[in-house]
Write a protein that binds this ligand. Structure first.
Ligand code: OAD
Length: 261
């Protein structure tokens, strides 16, 4: 029988190394669209091949840069939600926490999470497509609309085009970040997969690595995913509903005995 929410809270309370993997679903309640929602998902409205590949950037740099600047503006207009805040709170509650995200929105950091392994990069760290040197963004983006072309700036060092600091389809993930994420997945005793469709590898492989190494894998998602058959516990609901409750039960609602109710 799968553990109840209270039993899970107890596992969280006494865990040694908590590993959290988040996807677009964790930011959904901040007003940021996910990728694969049938109606509102970014990849339901836009063609990923025209926007999120090196070939797309080569073919139409202004279309791609404009779209990512639109997304950056959208993200900066949103606030972290109760799920981001609950995850940030956990850093102070467990002996060790590794936070891994596929998100490029920076909301975990804005909620107070000090260290985040950003597997797919960040909208806030563009770099030169040619020499890879970082590019310092000046001020907020000019609020382009979703289809507006914006020519990307040029690199002051080599004159190359500045590109979004995200990982595109067909590109490899930052090796050192992936290595740290995989090491954490092998070492953790409790693995929370939150708000991800668990379809995009190598991120989607991390819970499998964790389970193989003996961790308890828990999923928080209102929908079904390929992870349903792996997770020891599937908490069906939204991240901002479930996570604060889990953290409260684990650390704040203890009786005088110090035991969970
Ligand atoms: P998806 O859009 O594929 O999946 C979002 C998941 O979040 C779905 O399983 C939803 O059911 C779930 N969800 C929706 N609302 C939720 C909520 N309020 N609370 C909890 N869960 C919720 O997004 P990702 O799995 O993050 O990569 O997508 C993975 C990668 O595919 C992205 O990082 C991006 C994309 O292409 C790149 O761009 C490289």
């Amino acid at each position: 029988m799968p553990p109840s929410l209270n039993e899970l809270a107890a596992r969280l309370r006494f865990c040694r190394h908590l590993v959290v993997l988040t996807g677009a679903g964790v930011s959904q309640e901040s007003g940021i669209p996910t990728f694969r929602d049938a109606l509102t998902g970014l990849w339901s409205q836009f063609e990923a091949e025209r926007l999120a590949t090196p070939a797309a950037f080569k073919a139409d740099p202004a279309l791609v840069w404009g779209w990512y600047e639109w997304r950056r503006a959208q993200v900066l207009a949103c606030e972290p939600n109760a799920a981001h805040v609950a995850i940030a709170e956990l850093v102070h509650r467990v002996p060790r926490l590794t936070l891994i995200t596929q998100n490029v929105d920076g909301l975990h950091q804005r909620a107070g999470s000090p260290e985040v392994l950003e597997l797919h990069g960040s909208l806030h760290r563009p770099c030169c497509h040619a020499c890879r040197r970082p590019y310092a963004l000046t001020g907020p983006p000019p609020l382009p609309d979703e289809g507006q072309r914006l020519p990307p700036p040029r690199c002051v060092h080599c004159g190359g085009r500045i590109r979004p600091g995200v990982v595109w389809f067909g590109e490899t993930l930052p090796a050192n970040i992936l290595k740290q994420a995989e090491a954490a997945a092998r070492d953790g005793d409790l693995f929370l997969s939150i708000g991800t469709s668990a379809l995009v590898y190598p991120a989607a492989g991390l819970p499998w690595t964790a389970a193989e190494a003996g961790a308890l894998v828990v999923q928080i998602n209102p929908d079904t995913t390929p992870l349903d058959r792996l997770a020891a516990v599937n908490l069906q609901g939204t991240a901002a509903q479930i996570l604060p409750e889990l953290v409260t039960r684990a650390f704040l609602k203890t009786g005088e005995s110090g035991r969970l109710p």
